[in-house]
Design a protein around this ligand. Structure first.
Ligand SMILES: CC(C)(COP(=O)(O)OP(=O)(O)OC[C@H]1O[C@@H](n2cnc3c(N)ncnc32)[C@H](O)[C@@H]1OP(=O)(O)O)[C@@H](O)C(=O)NCCC(=O)NCCS
Length: 194
């Protein structure tokens, strides 16, 4: 299974304060407005050099298909969430049963809107949709260990730290940094949300 799994979500998702919706090429400028900031891009996989490079990256159909946008009514787009549905590792004889059963999440929020609980609120809704609407068995996310805001949010969301690896991730600064991976299973999510 691939990115098209997101088409099965009934978008937009509405939370108490936010709207989480699909992305379109026309959203590129609104997302670049915060993704261009060093404090945001320093932790992200790709840091495009300018607006054109970002547009090419953002409007790639495969990228758009896995990117949800977080809107604050009155303020517009304040963040984005990646949902990459993927296969679990499996032995070859049972590969079909492991296809498309989990998702990797990623996120970025406009610094002007951070520390208000918006990111947690939006990701919580996306995670709920992963386990209910998409029926996935596991959700995971990774980050540099130094990205405390990100892993603190994962812990707020009930995700478990599954890995803290030593100097496994090369940052564009040239430094080999520690990495972290977090996960949560459907049954763990259910027991937290019952
Ligand atoms: C990771 C990131 C999305 C987290 O954003 P955030 O603003 O820290 O997360 P939230 O919006 O959920 O805010 C949580 C904070 O707001 C506080 N808060 C204030 N009002 C709140 C409310 N109504 N509800 C919940 N939390 C609230 C929380 O206590 C928490 O503070 P704490 O971390 O000191 O305990 C953000 O730091 C970011 O975009 N970073 C740059 C990109 C990045 O690193 N992406 C991830 C790559 S792996």
């Amino acid at each position: 299974m691939t990115s098209s799994a997101l088409e099965r979500l009934t978008l937009p998702l509405r939370t108490e304060r936010l709207i989480v919706r699909a992305s379109t090429p026309a959203d590129s400028a609104a997302v670049w407005r915060y993704r261009r900031l060093d404090e945001v891009s320093r932790w992200l996989t790709t840091a495009p050099a300018d607006t054109e490079e970002f547009r090419a990256h953002f409007t790639d159909p495969e990228r758009l298909a896995i990117t949800l946008l977080v809107e604050l009514p009155g303020a517009g787009v304040i963040g984005d969430i990646m949902v990459r549905v993927e296969d679990a590792w499996s032995q070859s004889e049972v590969r079909a049963q492991a296809a498309g059963v989990q998702a990797e999440l990623g996120w970025a929020m406009d610094p002007a809107q951070q520390a208000r609980g918006y990111a947690t609120e939006a990701v919580r809704a996306v995670m709920a949709a992963c386990f209910t609407v998409l029926g996935l068995r596991r959700v995971s996310a990774g980050c540099f260990a130094a990205n405390e805001a990100s892993w603190r949010m994962m812990e707020r969301l009930g995700m478990r730290r599954e890995e803290h690896s030593r100097r496994t991730a090369l940052h564009r600064s040239g430094e080999w940094m520690d990495g972290m991976n977090y996960g949560i299973l459907a049954e763990e999510w259910r027991s937290l949300n019952d």
